[in-house]
Design a protein around this ligand. Structure first.
Ligand code: AG3
Length: 281
């Protein structure tokens, strides 16, 4: 049998992959979850039909949502991930020796459960084996409302702004994140494709700028996401991601990063003109 999965990226374009097996297909009270095995990209997780990760290219996303902020903040001891129930961001965070506690707040317990079962190389630090990791199955907004002035870095590892993630792109949410951060805290949020999602980016960056004094966009190449060209928002109370970056510290890292490095850190913030224009003030 010839089975293919297609995620439509627009009305007229999509990405399609040959599938060998459905490992899980079901729904929670929040969304539809599927884990498929593909020939080219290994196992793939979908939420409401959208590709969240594949085994082959998840290193790009997880390196890039985590390491820029953790190498800019001089002492990231407490780090929170909102969403990210697959555990990939937590895995990268715990590579940093200064991190004392990495907290995951995911709304959907099914995502955590199926990631531990079917994506063990991604979920390796959320399976109870890492004493520096704490899990909460809770709404991110409720969690941060109850944890003011508590974190050095908060990562918003969300899906697209449809379904349960809509609130994670709004100004009220960024205000809560701001107050859940310590006085020199940094937020990083995945911020969609500059190529396909110009309007989402425009609204999202405007919302962040009303709350944070420093807001910059940076980019990464993620083959299985719409257009392959993806972005992240760096929103910060004090540290600038380029001028406060200490290259030597990143170069002296004690762990392997397959995508991130100290040169790429700077290059990632250098945007093409059309991407700059999406978020122009
Ligand atoms: N977060 C998913 C980013 C959005 C992808 N969008 C899409 N395929 N339309 C990734 C979660 C990984 N921890």
């Amino acid at each position: 049998m010839d089975m293919w999965y297609t995620e439509k990226h627009s009305e007229n374009v999509g990405i399609t992959m040959r599938v060998t097996q459905t490992l899980f297909s079901g729904s929670s009270e929040f969304q539809q979850l599927d884990v498929l095995d593909t020939l080219e990209y290994g196992r793939m997780m979908l939420l409401d039909g959208l590709v969240m990760l594949t085994e082959r290219d998840e290193f790009v996303y997880h390196d890039m949502i985590v390491h820029p902020a953790l190498f800019v903040h001089p002492n990231p001891e407490r780090v929170l991930v909102i969403g990210g129930g697959d555990g990939g961001s937590i895995r990268e965070i715990t590579k940093h020796p200064q991190v004392k506690e990495a907290v995951l707040c995911e709304i959907d317990g099914l995502v955590i459960e199926k990631s531990i079962e079917l994506l063990p190389q991604v979920a390796c630090d959320i399976d109870g084996s890492n004493p520096r990791v704490t899990l909460h199955v809770d709404d991110g907004l409720a969690y941060i409302r109850a944890h003011q002035n508590s974190f050095d870095v908060i990562l918003v590892d969300s899906t697209d702004p449809i379904g349960p993630a809509v609130g994670l792109f709004e100004e009220d949410f960024y205000r809560l994140v701001h107050s859940a951060l310590r006085p020199d805290g940094i937020m990083v949020a995945q911020s969609e494709s500059p190529f396909y999602h110009a309007q989402i980016q425009k609204d999202m960056y405007r919302n962040m700028r009303t709350v944070f004094p420093i807001v910059e966009m940076y980019q990464a190449f993620i083959p299985t996401y719409p257009s392959g060209y993806w972005s992240f928002a760096f929103a910060s109370k004090k540290y600038h991601p380029v001028t406060d970056f200490k290259r030597e510290r990143a170069a002296a890292r004690t762990f392997y990063t397959k995508y991130y490095n100290e040169d790429l850190h700077l290059g990632a913030f250098m945007l093409p003109t059309f991407a700059r224009e999406n978020i122009a003030e």
